[in-house]
Design a protein around this ligand. Structure first.
Ligand SMILES: [Zn+2]
Length: 64
């Protein structure tokens, strides 16, 4: 899913950094400006978070 951030970065939501905010809620962080998106505008944010998790794990493996 492509999404354009406020900073102008365009990319797949799932390629953003998966983080937890101060309330422990999951959010995706733009790697360029650090903007946090809780995906509350999505009907099924769980699927996007799950995919972001999968990709993060994949990146860790390929970087090792
Ligand atoms: Zn951004």
């Amino acid at each position: 899913m492509l999404e354009t951030c406020y900073c102008g970065r365009t990319g797949e939501l799932e390629d953003r950094n998966l983080v937890s905010d101060d309330d422990g809620r999951e959010a995706l962080e733009c790697p360029r400006c650090g903007h946090l998106d809780h995906l509350s505008w999505l009907q099924n944010p769980e699927g996007v978070f799950a995919e972001a998790k999968r990709r993060a794990a994949e990146h860790r493996v390929s970087a090792a």
